[in-house]
Design a protein around this ligand. Structure first.
Ligand code: GCO
Ligand code: MG
Length: 412
């Protein structure tokens, strides 16, 4: 079998997605996700100009070899654009292998280690009553684990607060909390760490008071603190028994986590912006975190994600793969298959794509009673309706950014 055709498809139902579609000379197709929120067209160019010409005529069966060829052969390693582009090829090849074998990808990775993947949803509210409503509505939809984000007194708008009714033009999207604003320049938000640190423990006190001790709760700090501030937050949240505190400090400097770890027993999750196992090396070998947050899409695909999970397993660290709506249904399916197969699955983030997205990407994935399952269709279990995709042309979109009161740029 040979790869005969490689097409890069850009579509924007609800938000932008970049999909690679490979077709073999036998007519088998495979899909891969190369969506990099706010920088999508860089991946399109990387694939179209530098990867597609290398794929034509290759044997789709040799997944590891193709991965190494694109990673080592390119000489310039890592980085989100490179790794998202390689990820798309890797996923598409696993999709083809599954379809050829007549099996879902998780079977090829070792078979099911569980019945389904516990998912967590994003509850949020500017004020506590809205937050409580959002938690209840998630519970009614079946969620058994909940991420909690709220507004902070004195700050106008911050990361993580959903317009639960859908943003203008995105009305079909239920929980989209981060407008990668379409057709406009990036939106500015404001930030004050001291106000945030004073407020968050009160929010968790209120949530535990209302919903009791059982409900698994999470929180995303979105890289906004110094290690010392992160340690303080972890410590102040200990009474509320979080499943994890996410991205408490930027982790490019992995050693910084030693300080956080020394001061708190709140479990830590890190890595949604990482794109290679090396980014986790110190964090894993020194057991400085409890969950790896990589996403198949930004981490080079299924092949390296499975290796990362096995590496983490040696240190009793579990998966907590990144699953926001800017991972396409293809990328999401890819990591559901990995999550099914590995022993050290922890929790899967699930934000729910909107109706338009689901009309472009038809999925065999299901969400029942709080658990996700990738389905048993051969391959990844996702079909792309090219005609429907064509109805939603690319729209420029940028994530927001943060500034402090004096105008200094801050991590968003
Ligand atoms: C999460 C993430 C996302 C990111 C987004 C950026 O935990 O789901 O923090 O919400 O902000 O993926 O594109
Ligand atoms: Mg996050």
């Amino acid at each position: 079998m040979k790869i005969d055709k490689a097409e890069v498809i850009v579509t924007s139902p609800d938000r932008n997605f970049v999909t690679l579609k490979l077709t073999t000379d036998d007519g088998v197709t495979g899909l891969g996700d190369a969506t990099l929120n706010g920088r999508e067209l860089a991946c399109v160019a990387y694939l179209d100009e530098h990867v597609v010409p290398l794929l034509i005529g290759r044997d789709p069966a040799n997944i590891e070899d193709t991965w190494q060829f694109l990673y080592r052969g390119g000489y310039w390693r890592r980085g989100p654009v490179t790794m998202a582009s390689i990820a798309a090829v890797d996923m598409a090849l696993w999709d083809i292998k599954g379809k050829t074998a007549g099996m879902p990808v998780y079977q090829l990775l070792g078979g099911a280690s569980r019945r389904g993947l516990m998912a967590y949803g994003h509850a949020s509210g500017k004020e506590i009553p809205e937050l409580f409503d959002s938690i209840r509505s998630h519970q009614e939809s079946g969620y058994r684990s909940i991420r909690v984000q709220t507004g902070v007194p004195g700050l106008e708008s911050i990361y993580g607060i959903a317009s639960n009714h859908g943003l203008p033009g995105n009305e079909g999207v239920r929980y989209d909390h981060e407008p990668a604003q379409r057709g406009a320049l990036p939106m500015q938000e404001d930030w004050d760490t001291r106000a945030y640190l004073r407020h968050v423990p009160d929010v968790f006190e209120a949530v535990r008071g209302e919903f009791g001790p059982e409900l698994p709760l999470l929180h995303d700090a979105h890289h906004r603190m110094t290690p010392l501030q992160a340690a303080r937050l972890g410590k102040s949240l200990e009474p509320y028994d979080l499943v994890w505190l996410e991205d408490c400090t930027p982790a490019e400097n992995q050693e910084a986590l030693r300080l956080v770890r020394r001061h708190t027993t709140t479990p830590l999750a890190i890595g949604e912006v990482f794109n290679a196992a090396w980014d986790f090396q110190t964090l894993i070998t020194e057991q400085l975190i409890d969950y790896v947050r990589a996403a198949s899409t930004h981490f080079g695909g299924i092949t390296p994600l499975k290796k990362l999970a096995d590496f983490a397993a040696m240190y009793q660290i579990k998966s907590g793969f990144h699953g926001p709506t800017d991972i396409s249904p293809v990328g999401f399916a890819a990591q559901l298959h990995v999550g099914m197969a590995i022993h050290n699955f922890g929790l899967q983030e699930y934000m729910e794509h909107g109706e338009k997205t689901n009309s472009v990407f038809r999925q065999s994935m299901r969400f029942t009673d709080g658990y996700l399952h990738p389905g048993d269709a051969p391959g990844l279990g996702v079909d792309l309706d090219v005609n429907e995709a064509g109805n939603y042309p690319y729209a420029t979109a940028y994530l927001p950014y943060n500034r402090l009161a004096d105008g200094t740029m801050h991590d968003w």
